[in-house]
Design a protein around this ligand. Structure first.
Ligand SMILES: NC(=O)c1ccc[n+]([C@@H]2O[C@H](COP(=O)([O-])OP(=O)(O)OC[C@H]3O[C@@H](n4cnc5c(N)ncnc54)[C@H](OP(=O)(O)O)[C@@H]3O)[C@@H](O)[C@H]2O)c1
Length: 302
C-alpha cells in the first residue's frame, strides 16, 4: 500500500510517497481504509523537526483522517496523538488505536470530515478550559485559521461574543463566521483597539498565532482568562497582577471528544476546506500550508 514517509526530516520534499507493508491491527486497534487526511501546522513541524514529537525517522505524519473501518464498513474519523505517532494518517490504511477512532457524522463528506478532528478538538478543548458565561467577550488571534474559524463558530454557539483581527479584505469572511467585532490586524495592539471600541476590557483572549498573549493582557479584565495553543512568549507578569488565568492547551485525542465534535456538527459546525490535494501531492499541500493565508483547511485525498 501507499504511504507518505519522512525518511529524513526536512522541507516539504522530505515527504516521499513509498510502498509499505499493510498494517496488521492489534487487538485494540481498528483497521481503517483512509479516504481523506487533514493538513495541520504540526504535520509540517514534525516533518521538519521530529524532536518535539519524540520521533525518529522513518515516520509518517498526518494526525486526522476520515475513512471506513475495514471490518464493519462503518464510516469513521480519527485523531491520532501529535506526539509519538510514527504510523500517521497519510497512508492507504492505518491501524488506529480504538480509543482514537469514532463513527463520523453521516452528513459530512469524507473530505469535510477529515478537516475537523484536530482543529475542532483543539477549539473545543480551548473553550472547555475557559469558564466564560454567555455574553462574555473573547478576543481570538488567528480567527480565520484552521482552528480559529471553528473556535469562532463554537464560541458563538456557547453564547459568547467574539472579537478578532484580520486584514481589511477578510472583514466580510470574519463577520460571516460570526465575529461580532473585527479590528484591523495591522493595529499595533488589536485587543486594545477592540477594548476601546467596546468601551470595556475583554473577558478573555485566545492566541492561535503565537506571541500574542503578553501584548493582549493589558486589555483583559481583572480575573479574566487567557489561553494559547502555541507559546507563552513574552512578559506575562500582568497575569499575576490582574489575576488572569493563563491556560496552555495541547490537543488531547479521544473518542469522547470526537463524539462532542459530532454533536457540534449536528448543531451546525462546518469547516471551510480551501483546497484538496491527491496523496502524490502531499508535499504541495505542505508548501501551501507553510505559505500562509490558507483561510481554512487543506485536505489530502486518497
Ligand atoms: N496546542 C495544540 O494542541 C494545537 C492544536 C492545533 C494547532 N496548534 C497551533 O496553533 C496555530 C494555529 O493552527 P491553525 O491550524 O489554525 O493554523 P493556520 O490555519 O495556519 O492559521 C493560523 C492563523 O494565524 C494567522 N496569522 C499568521 N501570522 C499572523 C500574524 N503575523 N498576525 C496575525 N495573524 C497571523 C493566519 O493568518 P494568515 O495565514 O492569513 O496570515 C491564520 O489565520 C499553529 O501554530 C499550530 O501549530 C496547536
Amino acid at each position: 500500500m501507499r504511504a507518505v514517509v519522512v525518511r529524513a526530516p526536512g522541507g516539504p520534499e522530505a515527504l516521499v510517497l513509498a510502498e509499505v507493508p499493510r498494517p496488521r491491527p492489534g487487538p485494540d486497534e481498528v483497521l481503517v481504509d483512509v479516504e481523506a487526511v487533514g493538513v495541520n501546522p504540526v504535520d509540517a513541524g514534525n516533518r521538519a523537526d521530529p524532536s518535539w514529537a519524540g520521533l525518529r525517522a522513518p515516520y509518517v505524519v498526518g494526525y486526522e483522517l476520515a475513512g471506513h473501518a475495514v471490518d464493519s464498513g462503518e464510516p469513521v474519523w480519527a485523531l491520532l496523538p501529535v506526539r509519538g505517532t510514527t504510523r500517521g494518517a497519510l497512508a492507504d490504511r492505518v491501524a488506529v488505536p480504538r480509543e482514537y477512532v469514532a463513527p463520523r457524522p453521516p452528513e459530512l463528506h469524507p473530505i469535510v470530515a477529515a478537516a475537523l478532528p484536530l482543529a475542532g478538538c483543539t477549539a473545543l478543548q480551548v473553550l472547555q478550559r475557559l469558564p466564560l458565561p454567555a455574553g462574555s467577550w473573547v478576543f481570538v488571534h488567528g480567527a480565520t485559521g484552521g482552528v480559529g474559524h471553528l473556535l469562532v463558530q463554537l464560541a458563538r454557539s456557547c453564547g459568547l461574543h467574539v472579537a478578532g483581527a484580520g486584514r481589511p479584505e477578510e472583514r466580510r469572511r470574519l463577520e460571516e463566521l460570526g465575529v461580532d467585532l473585527v479590528v484591523d490586524r495591522a493595529e499595533p495592539a488589536p485587543v486594545a483597539a477592540a477594548a476601546r471600541r467596546l468601551g470595556a476590557e475583554l473577558d478573555a483572549v485566545v492566541d492561535l498565532v503565537g506571541g500574542r498573549l503578553a501584548s493582549s493582557l493589558p486589555s483583559v479584565r481583572e480575573g479574566g482568562q487567557a489561553a494559547t495553543v502555541v507559546d507563552l512568549a513574552g512578559d506575562l507578569d500582568l497575569a499575576i497582577d490582574r489575576n488572569i488565568d493563563v491556560h496552555g492547551v495541547l490537543v488531547r485525542p479521544g473518542r469522547d471528544r470526537l463524539y462532542e465534535l459530532s454533536a457540534a456538527v449536528s448543531s451546525g459546525l462546518r469547516p471551510h476546506v480551501t483546497d484538496t490535494y491527491p496523496l502524490e501531492r502531499a508535499a504541495d499541500a505542505h508548501r501551501r500550508l507553510e505559505a500562509g493565508r490558507v483561510g481554512g483547511k487543506l485536505v489530502i485525498t486518497l
